[in-house]
Design a protein around this ligand. Structure first.
Ligand code: IPE
Ligand code: IPE
Ligand code: MG
Length: 234
């Protein structure tokens, strides 16, 4: 890996529904095709030397979708994880989850917990799945946890600074994303990594997630390599 390869790429996997609609298929077919793309993206991350790959799979707001679509997505997630498990072991990649865990169906939560435990010691890379994730939810939970400690006398409020808040986020040890990619033409964060995105570079592509291939991943990395990051300095 050279200095121009992002250490951490986070992707807003968008456009499954529109991809399906354009083909006269039900939305869930788009999600199925999108699940295949997840495996492709994992392989691309490994090939190009990206150590952390975060995927926005389901937002807290996505619970407002029709129950049948939500159920299909949860089933598909479980199925895709099982089918991909071998690759985590072969590539020594650690699976991690961020989001409001208690919202997830028990059957999915179990697969996630098992795979997190089985891959916990791998250090060739991390695949971070955002499930029932909301940036505001995450920050509010961090603030609540600080407030609880302060109320219990375990924490001096005067010591609460950026590092203190960051330490209460879901995965405090994971470095901030260097590059955030969103597929399918939308150019918004949709409540993704609000805190962590402070100095991320952005890459938007019109390609729908089910069509996002290795060449599109490479194009995002090439665009990133041309950016000049300044972090407020000169
Ligand atoms: C992304 O595709 C997957 C999820 C948000 C779960 P969408 O389902 O949002 O697809 P569009 O945006 O409606 O095309
Ligand atoms: C963002 O996509 C969430 C995920 C990709 C999981 P949405 O499709 O839910 O976002 P909006 O509604 O277009 O902003
Ligand atoms: Mg969408």
């Amino acid at each position: 890996m050279d200095g121009t390869t992002p250490r951490h790429v986070a992707i807003i996997m968008d456009g499954n529904g529109r991809w399906a609609k354009a083909r006269g298929l039900p939305r869930v077919e788009g999600h199925k095709a999108g699940a295949e793309t997840v495996r492709r993206a994992m392989r691309a991350a490994k090939k190009f030397g990206v150590r952390y790959l975060t995927l926005y799979a389901f937002s807290v707001e996505n619970w407002s979708r029709p129950p049948a679509e939500v159920r299909a997505l949860m089933r598909l997630l479980r199925f895709t994880l099982r089918r991909t498990e071998k690759e985590f072991h072969e590539n020594k990649v650690r699976l991690r989850v961020m989001g409001r865990r208690s919202d997830l169906p028990a059957s999915l939560d179990k697969v996630l917990s098992d795979m997190e435990a089985a891959t916990a010691r791998y250090d060739e890379g991390q695949l971070i799945l955002c499930l029932s994730y909301g940036g505001r939810t995450e920050i509010a939970a961090a603030a609540r946890s600080l407030a609880e400690d302060a109320a219990a006398g375990r924490l001096d409020p005067a010591t609460v600074d950026e590092a203190a808040l960051a330490s209460r986020l879901y995965l405090p040890d994971v470095p901030d994303p260097d590059l955030i990619v969103r597929t399918s033409g939308e150019e918004r964060l949709s409540n993704f990594l609000l805190w962590q995105a402070a100095y991320a570079e952005f890459h938007f592509t019109p390609v729908a997630w089910p069509d996002f291939g290795e060449a599109d991943f490479k194009a995002a990395l090439d665009a990133y390599a041309k950016r000049q990051r300044r972090f407020g300095g000169l």
